[in-house]
Ligand binder design. Structure first.
Ligand SMILES: NC(=O)c1ccc[n+]([C@@H]2O[C@H](COP(=O)([O-])OP(=O)(O)OC[C@H]3O[C@@H](n4cnc5c(N)ncnc54)[C@H](OP(=O)(O)O)[C@@H]3O)[C@@H](O)[C@H]2O)c1
Length: 335
């Protein structure tokens, strides 16, 4: 049997328990060219919530009645496909489900081969670092932020999955890195565990004033995960020729409203650049990202934290954690 979480109604605001249903159905039968994957860990990304809205995006919305889409790491338990053997560990878009069907397509990657003795894979690291999360931090920093030694880099949602890695990449490049996060506890983790130079609690500080104190030389790179008033405040503190990496706007995913930053004129005054990106556009460069991240992990310069919820019955809590801010590091669910 296979337990899965289905979308029952489109959420308004945070996801309500009544928007989803945990069902038990027979395990899917696989056809030629397919493999059955037993999910070990599900990764909860901000994108999971956006896929529940009926809005066009880079992937189609999850339809009412479908399993909620999410990235997963799991083990092949049955195969009718040359690409995957029983025992292989794969990352795929298995969704909130105990089992999923994988095909030989771009969304499924073998990360451990039983035939090569490499199937003993750290599943949490696969979600936290060697996934779209780590790749996003890498491409955003490497391609757009391009921090140089001595520059000042600010990262919002700094205690979160993407932000914590983005900041550590900038730190490894020799930058002075300042985080922005939503509690004193998170700020302590950002500094003590992720090694940022300092961190501002945007919920209690006057952000514009705090940016003056933490960034006396202004901000050369801003890695923006949140948009809204935080983006506006950092735009007011840009240095000449600053780069603003538009990674995400989580402050408005739930409402769907995107208030414009009045300080955008600072881009003009500071000859600055603000550039968005979608990490999936760089699919053919994931190996490059993972190699760079591997070097940082192996040298001890990149730490990650996994916050793991146990049981599909906690799917709503796990997903909402990203939007209430109760998560630290990469949020995951063990089905
Ligand atoms: N461009 C791309 O290709 C790409 C790919 C992946 C992810 N992303 C983006 O990366 C960002 C981070 O995603 P993630 O999956 O790594 O999540 P995450 O950072 O692990 O969790 C989300 C964090 O966002 C913060 N947050 C939530 N609501 C907020 C609000 N109203 N105002 C300010 N901060 C708020 C919370 O931290 P605080 O407690 O500190 O507020 C929360 O912990 C998202 O914007 C996501 O869309 C972009």
């Amino acid at each position: 049997m296979n337990r899965s979480v289905l979308l029952r109604s489109r959420p308004v605001g945070l996801v309500a328990e009544s928007d989803v249903e945990l069902v038990t159905l027979p395990c899917p039968e696989i056809a030629d060219g397919e493999a059955l994957v037993r999910t070990d860990l599900i990764g909860l990304d901000a994108a999971v919530r956006t896929w529940l809205d009926d809005r066009p995006g880079y992937l189609p919305p999850v339809q009412v009645g479908e399993t909620i889409r999410a990235a997963t790491v799991g083990e092949v338990v049955e195969s009718r496909c040359d690409a995957y053997q029983i025992g292989d560990v794969v990352t795929t878009l298995g969704g909130l489900s105990e089992y999923s069907v994988a095909r030989d397509d771009v969304f499924t990657t073998v990360v451990g081969r039983v035939s090569e003795g490499t199937a003993d894979v750290d599943r949490a690291a696969m979600h936290a670092v060697f996934s779209s999360t780590g790749a996003t931090a890498y491409f955003g920093m490497h391609d757009i932020g391009r921090p140089r030694a001595g520059e000042t880099v600010v990262v919002s949602a700094a205690a979160g999955a993407t932000g914590s890695i983005a900041g550590q990449i900038a730190k490894a490049a020799g930058a002075h890195v300042v985080g922005i996060a939503g509690s004193d506890d998170k700020c302590a983790v950002v500094v003590d565990e992720f090694g940022f130079d300092s961190c501002i609690n945007y919920r209690t500080a006057d952000l514009s004033q705090a940016l003056k104190e933490h960034c006396p030389n202004r901000v050369d790179v801003y890695f923006d995960n949140v948009g809204g008033p935080t983006l506006n405040a950092v735009l007011g503190r840009l240095a000449m020729h600053a780069r603003v990496v538009l990674c995400g706007v989580i402050s408005s995913y739930v409402s769907g409203d995107h208030p414009g930053p009045s300080n955008y004129v600072q881009l003009l005054a500071k000859r600055a650049r603000m550039e968005g990106f979608n990490t999936l556009d760089n699919w053919d460069r994931y190996d490059e990202a993972y190699a760079a991240l591997r070097t940082l992990v192996d040298s001890g310069s990149l730490k990650y934290r996994a916050q793991i919820f146990d049981g599909l019955e906690h799917s709503v809590d796990a997903l909402n954690a990203l939007f209430t801010g109760s998560n630290i590091g990469k949020t995951m669910l063990r089905p």
